[in-house]
Design a protein around this ligand. Structure first.
Ligand SMILES: [Zn+2]
Length: 312
């Protein structure tokens, strides 16, 4: 089974702790990556708010360096991918494809030049905001008072379209989301978001957002964060499956993917406590009568299709 997850925060976890990828720590490590049997993974350089004022670019570069060190140190198991051609070549040599993402437009420090430099360093996805307002747009934490995309945010989306980068709308407030959908010439990604109808959290998407994103050929990576799955009780792997089923029913089977948020969440759903367990979602979908083709789409095929459209 080819598994392609759109969002983990392992880079920031490891840069912050000085642990190494081959240590048995956190939700994601080398052994757990192997457990899923190869596939592909977007590693997000998540910029903590403590670096926003003056250190965002610096902190991002340190995470990108850590990523490239992994490619050297663990080159027997892992390999960089910037296109889907890279992914299929890595698959042939039995390696997991590692793709680079940045979570938070603060990293650009107001310059398109930095976006282009990030692209040259291998970055293929940018989550425009985290929860706060930045010079591109406003995160969901600002509510509608934050407004939509700024002029700079619009220029970033256009330049990402031109370069062939995935525009990620997870964390954006609603105004920003609709601005991106209006502006982007390419289908967009919500790398780690769920459906609001099942769990009313500001990080989750309304039915209207799901339908419009899906109509444009976009993909939504289901998030395993317990707060976005269930309120006032412990979430389980079945809540993740419920989210998948709901997105399939509302947006169609072609819009659903995975965006676990492993290493960025404080608690995991019961039955899905680390990266190596992700394949168990496929087993449950099989029990629920999903076809092999649909399961392959959800576990990674849809995200691969989106990458083909946008990156290649
Ligand atoms: Zn996030």
């Amino acid at each position: 089974m080819f598994i392609f997850d759109a969002h983990v925060d392992t880079l920031s976890r490891l840069l912050g702790t000085n642990q190494t990828l081959d240590a048995n720590e956190g939700h994601v490590d080398l052994a757990k990556l192997r457990q899923n049997g190869g596939g592909a993974q977007f590693f997000a350089a998540f910029i903590s708010p403590k670096y926003y004022h003056g250190k965002a670019l610096h902190n991002t570069l340190e995470m990108l360096d850590l990523f490239w060190q992994w490619m050297e140190d663990f080159g027997q198991d892992l390999a960089f991918a910037g296109t889907t051609k890279d992914i299929s070549e890595n698959q042939k040599s039995g390696k997991m494809s590692c793709l680079l993402a940045i979570e938070g437009g603060e990293a650009l420090e107001g310059k398109l030049a930095n976006l282009r430099m990030f692209y040259r360093l291998g970055v293929r996805l940018l989550t425009l905001t985290w929860n706060h307002r930045n010079d591109l747009a406003a995160g969901q934490g600002e509510g509608s008072s934050g407004g939509g995309l700024s002029l700079f945010g619009q220029a970033v989306v256009k330049e990402m379209n031109r370069l062939g980068m995935l525009v990620d709308v997870s964390h954006l407030n609603e105004e920003g989301f609709w601005d991106v959908l209006r502006l982007s010439e390419a289908p967009v990604l919500a790398s780690h978001s769920n459906a609001k109808a099942l769990c009313d959290h500001p990080r989750n998407l309304t039915d209207e957002q799901i339908i419009r994103l899906a109509d444009g050929g976009g993909v939504i990576g289901v998030n395993f964060c317990t707060h976005f799955l269930a309120k006032e009780r412990q979430a389980t792997i079945h809540d993740v499956v419920e989210q998948i089923e709901y997105l399939v029913n509302v947006g169609g089977v072609d819009c659903v993917g995975l965006g676990s948020d492993f290493d960025g969440i404080d608690r995991t759903p019961l039955g899905l406590d680390h990266y190596g367990k992700t394949s168990e979602l496929a087993d449950i979908l099989r029990e629920r009568g999903y076809t092999k083709g649909d399961i392959e789409k959800i576990m990674g095929g849809n995200l691969l299709r989106l990458c083909q459209t946008v990156l290649d």
